[in-house]
Design a protein around this ligand. Structure first.
Ligand code: PBG
Length: 335
């Protein structure tokens, strides 16, 4: 049997977009978006009183760290040329006011100092919230069973000052209280930290993708949820108002969170505002990739690279992601 005859059609000229995809070299030249390790931020969980590290079951590859393990981890991350670390604390004790969050000797201030000493070139971002410090697990203090916005502001400002005092390069308020950026800016300035930038979690949605984080940081609400202060996932115009307010209050950088479910929000923020825009690829986004990869259903390295690229393409200047270290060490798999 000979070759099947090839039909040829007489067509007018058409664009041959495949020409620049023919091999890796050509694809490299045509590539529009790149993810540099220096734009990635690794979140770290540091637990008071822990020695060594304990795995977090719902986040394979991520551990809660004691202070010594944190120092070693920070050195690794500095070597990997990561953009920064973001610190979350798990305190030994909690109370209704979340007092441990503003203790200058608390777990996060001590962790900041340890990272500073171990890896002086690695920027440290401190998450500023009360949820891991309150015994009820809400992001602010309660009055008549509800999170009281204004009574929470001073406590957040004090927490931010304790973090700045310890040497945080950036404080990142995530409590979604109205006016929190203004209160923190005023608190930092009054304490002499005019130079400490604020990275506001401005567009933070009430997302089911935060599930594994709440195990990791033991920060879930004991009763109720966060829909009364975090944003409705249905809204994007409101996200722009949040960002606008935070910039007006003095935020130097803004975050959109979660990341992949919010690519449109990232794009809109990038187009409208000129401050650095970051995206937070959250614990549930991470856990889904890890779970599918463990089952052999997806190629983890390629899925991670593709998702980080998508977030960047949507307009994020930097991305906070639990994949940061591994991505920095393995690369994106592109030749
Ligand atoms: C603290 C905070 C949360 C996350 C970051 N900061 C939890 C929450 O709001 O419930 C989530 C991060 C993640 O899921 O990876 N308020």
């Amino acid at each position: 049997m000979g070759e099947a005859p090839t039909a040829t059609l007489a067509l007018p000229p058409f664009a041959r977009l495949r020409r620049t995809r023919r091999h890796a070299g050509l694809r490299g030249l045509a590539r529009e978006t790149h993810v540099a390790s220096s734009t990635l931020v690794q979140p770290l969980f540091v637990q008071e009183g822990l020695s060594g590290r304990t795995p977090i079951p719902s986040m394979p590859g991520i551990d809660r760290l004691g202070l010594d393990a944190l120092a070693a981890e920070a050195q690794d991350l500095q070597r990997a040329d990561l953009g920064a670390v973001m610190l979350f604390g798990i305190p030994a004790g909690k109370d209704a006011q979340g007092s441990a969050a503003r203790d200058p000797d608390g777990i996060v201030p001590r962790a900041i100092q340890r990272v500073r000493d171990a890896a002086p070139g690695l920027p440290v971002i401190a998450d500023t919230c009360l949820c891991a410090y309150t015994d009820h697990g809400h992001c602010g203090i309660l009055r008549r069973g509800a999170v009281h916005n204004d009574a929470t502001l001073a406590l957040l400002a004090q927490a931010a000052v304790a973090q700045a005092q310890a040497g945080a390069d950036i404080v990142a308020p995530s409590a979604m209280m109205d006016g929190q950026v203004l209160a923190i800016r005023a608190g930092l300035d009054a304490a002499g930290f005019q130079e400490t930038p604020i990275m506001a979690y401005s567009a933070k949605y009430a997302s089911a993708f935060y599930g594994p984080f709440r195990d990791a940081a033991a920060s879930g609400p004991v009763a109720g949820d966060r829909r009364g202060h975090q944003m409705d996932p249905a809204n994007v115009r409101e996200a722009m108002r949040e960002i606008e307010c935070d910039i007006a209050e003095g935020s130097d950088m803004v975050l959109v969170k979660p990341a992949l479910p919010c690519l449109d929000v990232i794009r809109e923020a990038r187009d409208r505002f000129d401050v650095p825009v970051g995206a937070y690829q959250v614990s549930g986004e991470y856990a889904m990739v890890k779970a599918a990869a463990e089952k052999g259903w997806i190629d983890e390295r390629r899925v991670v690279a593709e998702s980080l690229l998508a977030i960047r393409r949507a307009g994020a200047d930097f991305t906070i992601t639990y994949h940061a270290k591994r991505f920095a060490q393995l690369g994106d798999g592109q030749p």
